[in-house]
Design a protein around this ligand. Sequence first.
Ligand code: FMN
Length: 167
Amino acid sequence: MTVIATVRDPQQLRRVFGSFPSGVAAVAALVAGEPVGIAASSFTSVSLDPPLVSVCIAHTSTTWPVLRTASRLGVSILSAGQEHAGRSLAGRMPDRFAAVPWRSTAHGAVVLDGARAWFETTVEQHVRAGDHDIVVLRVHDLDAQHDIGPLVYYASQFHRLEQGEQS
Ligand SMILES: Cc1cc2nc3c(=O)[nH]c(=O)nc-3n(C[C@H](O)[C@H](O)[C@H](O)COP(=O)(O)O)c2cc1C
């Protein structure tokens, strides 16, 4: 009985889920000519052939129904110095991109300047999973800056992994 109560406690779940360190991704695209995006720590790589990645998006997201209408989605992996972008893209400001430098690809995906890495993607599959959707994305283009470290999200806080890849 105690175990069931604990598992159903969202605060406790968040705390324990937060034991797993993750990166922070910005999923973004141009919609009606304006950049639209959200921060997502649920990014994960899925498949090499075909190249697939995924994010989990809460059913409560008000941005996702708009964002998913874009033909291509940019997924930027935030770098150690992009904590501000991580907060901004999760925040309530009307223009989340006001102080976040970005560029758009020819296909309308939005990627952040200075990101650790970026992918240009299309939505391949939505899998309903509890109060989130697992969104599987197919990668069409990508690049990374191997000499800068990523932003890390751990225990509900941002951390910097300053070091780039070891050579
Ligand atoms: C570090 C961080 C990671 C987040 N990761 C996710 C995520 O993986 N999935 C998700 O649905 N929301 C995530 N969020 C919340 C969204 O960025 C956003 O705040 C939420 O969708 C509410 O905004 P919206 O109504 O504009 O979508 C995260 C927020 C932060 C700060």
